[in-house]
Design a protein around this ligand. Structure first.
Ligand SMILES: Nc1ncnc2c1ncn2[C@@H]1O[C@H](COP(=O)(O)OP(=O)(O)OP(=O)(O)O)[C@@H](O)[C@H]1O
Ligand SMILES: O=P(O)(O)OC[C@H]1O[C@](O)(CO)[C@@H](O)[C@@H]1O
Ligand SMILES: [Mg+2]
Length: 343
């Protein structure tokens, strides 16, 4: 029973639509809940801009990339109409009893603040970066790894033909999970992640040893990687809607440096938003559907201020504070495990 509004906020991610479908199907079927979708993240909530969401509007959605609701990096407290007071009024006017916010760390921080300000709100974690501590995996990550792995496979054939060093840049602002997993899957000769600065000397030593064995070096780098002499991640594209530097382009910095130092012809590719687009993998569809279904239990129990998460194979409930306590970065031992065979 009751009427609830769903929104997707922050960067999009394959599986968002599967969450929406899971929530609507279970909420309607098991609890008799009704749903609307807020358009473009928090903007739709602030402005009361909604679309109807029922069983027929989520038909076939598990396989669809993106989000039918749209997303943005607008915050719920942004001027001129943001803030808990206004949001309460909007919810009352629309007869909405609570909000389901699907998003990453920023969305969860905003949700926590709204909950503390008296809004009935629960969350579903999403990010291709897999860097949310409360959950073992986030949906979208497996899809991004799959896409990045295919990119490595393809770069390796052209790299081999021309006997070049290939550098692939993948996403990963604070955490190198996509680089680590796709790099292992694709047999990269070096994997560079934000958690672990590596010197240019070390990178070139790996590249040279690969070349000396008669192979074409493949380097995978996360966008947030820094060389020891860099004080922040490479960014030349200004800031995003929340004033954070837009990352991207470290591969283009590294490639000429590697070429100059090693004498090996080197090319760079920035995979960019391709890894966030398109259809989710089977794994991500299952995870997203289960999280979407489980969030309707939270709503039915009025378990506001919490989000659903994956622990092992179980879906559990964690409060926003716990979910936000730490970034889940790649632990040293997991990086060292693969680093011993670089080069
Ligand atoms: N502490 C906060 N208080 C209020 N609003 C916030 C807070 N943190 C983030 N927001 C708002 O929530 C929006 C969504 O956060 P953000 O852009 O970081 O996306 P996200 O949900 O973390 O997903 P992504 O993984 O793509 O970063 C931000 O753009 C910002 O407007
Ligand atoms: O280009 P956008 O949509 O602002 O988002 C880019 C960021 O979003 C993420 O994909 C997810 O947080 C990061 O890896 C990346 O830095
Ligand atoms: Mg964020």
């Amino acid at each position: 029973m009751g009427k609830f509004g769903i929104l997707t906020s922050g960067g999009d991610c394959p599986g968002l639509n599967a969450v929406i479908r899971g929530a609507v199907l279970k909420g309607e079927t098991v609890y008799g809940q009704e749903f609307v979708g807020f358009l473009d993240g928090w903007r739709g909530l602030i402005e009361g801009d909604v679309m109807p969401l029922d069983r027929s509007s989520v038909r076939g959605l598990a396989r669809e990339g993106g989000t039918i609701l749209g997303t943005s990096r607008i915050g719920p407290y942004s001027e001129p109409r943001g803030g808990a007071e206004n949001i309460k009024k909007v919810l009352d006017e629309l007869g909405i009893d609570g909000v389901i916010a699907i998003g990453g760390e920023g969305t969860a921080s905003a949700s926590k603040r709204l909950f503390e300000d008296g809004i009935n709100i629960v969350g579903v974690p999403k990010t291709i970066d897999n860097d949310l501590d409360a959950t073992d995996y986030t949906f979208g990550f497996d899809t991004a790894v799959e896409i990045a792995t295919e990119a490595i496979d393809r770069l390796r054939t052209t790299g081999n033909s021309h006997k070049r060093c290939m550098v692939l840049e993948v996403m990963g602002r604070h955490a190198g999970w996509i680089a680590l997993y796709s790099g292992i899957a694709g047999g990269a000769h070096a994997i560079l992640i934000p958690e672990q600065p590596e010197s240019l000397n070390q990178i070139c030593a790996w590249v040279t040893s690969v070349k000396n064995r008669g192979r074409s070096p493949m380097v995978v780098v996360a966008e947030g990687f820094t060389l020891p002499e860099m004080d922040q991640a490479h960014s030349t594209k200004g800031v995003d809607g929340f004033n954070r530097p837009r990352l991207g382009g470290i591969a283009e910095v590294l490639a000429p440096l590697i070429e100059e130092r090693t004498g090996i012809e080197t090319r760079s590719t920035v995979l960019g938003h391709i890894q966030r687009g398109g259809s989710p993998t089977g794994f991500d569809r299952v995870l997203a559907t289960r999280l979407g279904m489980a969030v309707t239990d939270l709503v039915a129990d009025k378990h506001w201020g919490h989000m659903v998460a994956l622990r092992g194979t179980a879906i559990v409930r964690v409060d926003f504070g716990e979910a936000l306590a730490n970034h889940k970065t790649v632990p040293q031992d997991q990086y060292q495990e693969i680093r011993v065979i670089f080069g």
